[in-house]
Design a protein around this ligand. Structure first.
Ligand code: GLA
Length: 384
């Protein structure tokens, strides 16, 4: 795929690119809405992603071409407010803000790839992380991975979504055939081998697109903060929901506001599910993992209330087909994809039936995308 982008670079800028970064998408096996509660997550980087090709241009201009849409923006570094503003430009603006204390030199850049946008597999984080990594490379800054991840998190919070660290951490640190068990309290992590044998992961895209800023994502985050304060004042002095275990729930249920209790019980149970999922993967017990995925969806839909009818429909539909051993909504929610664990691969007849019945119900054609764990930016970036 990079050759297409390389040709576009050469035809647009009259020379070859000198730097290349690949930023993958993020699949999360389990541990949803736990990252900003200092909890556990179990994601992996995908082989689908965004490629970035760049070279310095000895000018005081940054020229960026989005290969998928052929939009071009030329940013004068002395006045970094471009006249043309495609949707992705807001991400570039935040990144330039993050780099505002250093002397950025002019460069030409082409980016493009095969990540569906607004599908909950972190296309915006891939764009942000890849852009930050290639700017670091272009200027020989050699920042540590921890710094780059943190810069990407800060840039993304600048767009207004009060997200956690899971996506950016995975996009930088992903490894082939491994998932990452990340403890978001101190960002300690371990790689978990995915011994999938004849099992496989598929995403099914509802085609309900979302930008988390337009959803209740921030509201859920705020509810968790409010619940933490309440529990601190009325039950025990915690500073994060991560400090609670399921034994606390029976004490909290009768005394807490009903909605806040639902949010808290989901987070506590999801953290416990992530640790059980790790054990299941270590034992190559994919059936237990599948059951945990279904339980996670139930919590996300009924207690955390971040699902939507299309996601619920796909999960319910999958539970009627024995090839599916687990299914749940993935990412921030309110649309996007389900993550599905299948024994073997999806038979053509089953795929056709699913597409047909989903279309009949919602008038949209879902995309079915096989995914497997691949390398993140750190393993793949190279100077050409
Ligand atoms: C989005 C955010 C992540 C995480 C997930 C939900 O992808 O960017 O930080 O909170 O939602 O698990």
């Amino acid at each position: 795929m990079t050759t297409v982008f390389e040709s576009l670079f050469i035809s647009s800028f009259g020379r070859s690119p000198q730097h290349r970064v690949f930023a993958p998408g993020r699949v999360n096996i389990i541990g949803e809405h736990t990252d900003y509660n200092d909890g556990f997550v179990l994601p992996f980087a995908t082989s689908q992603g965004i490629w970035f090709l760049a070279s310095p241009n000895s000018k005081s201009t940054i020229s960026i071409i989005a290969a998928n849409t052929t939009e071009r923006v030329d940013i004068d570094l002395k006045q970094p407010d471009a006249e043309q503003k495609p949707g992705w430009f807001k991400f570039v603006q935040q990144i330039l803000k993050i780099y505002s204390s250093v002397n950025i030199l002019g460069f030409d850049l082409v980016f493009g790839g095969n990540l569906p946008v607004g599908a909950g597999i972190s296309s915006s984080s891939a764009l942000t992380c890849g852009m930050i990594a290639i700017i670091d490379q272009l200027h020989d800054m050699n920042r540590s991975t921890t710094e780059l991840v943190q810069m990407a998190v800060t840039a993304e919070r600048g767009y207004g979504v009060q997200g956690g660290i899971m996506d950016q951490f995975t996009i930088f640190n992903g490894r082939k055939n491994q998932a990452i068990l990340l403890d978001c309290q101190d960002n300690s992590f371990e790689y978990i081998d995915l011994k999938l044998a004849d099992y496989s992961f598929y995403l099914i895209n509802t085609q309900v697109k979302h930008n988390l800023i337009d959803t209740d994502y921030n509201q859920r985050h705020n509810e968790c903060i409010e619940a933490t304060h309440w529990i601190h004042d009325h039950y025990k002095p915690i500073t994060t929901l991560r400090s609670l275990v399921s034994d606390d729930l029976s004490a909290l249920q009768p005394i807490m506001d009903e909605v806040l209790y639902k949010r808290v019980s989901y987070v506590v149970e999801e953290n416990e599910r992530v640790l059980l999922a790790k054990q299941a993967l270590n034992k190559a017990d994919l059936h237990t993992l599948g059951a945990l995925l279904y339980a996670s969806h139930e919590g996300l839909s009924k207690k955390y209330e971040v699902s939507c009818p299309e996601l619920d429909w796909l999960v319910a539909y999958s539970s009627t087909n024995p090839t599916f051993v687990g299914s749940r909504m993935m990412g921030g929610g309110f649309g996007g994809c389900t993550l599905n664990l299948l024994k073997g691969s999806l038979h053509a007849a089953d795929e056709a039936a699913l597409i047909q019945q989903y279309y009949h119900t919602f008038g949209m054609k879902p995309d079915i995308i096989p995914v497997s764990p691949a390398s993140g930016i750190i393993e793949t970036c190279s100077k050409i």
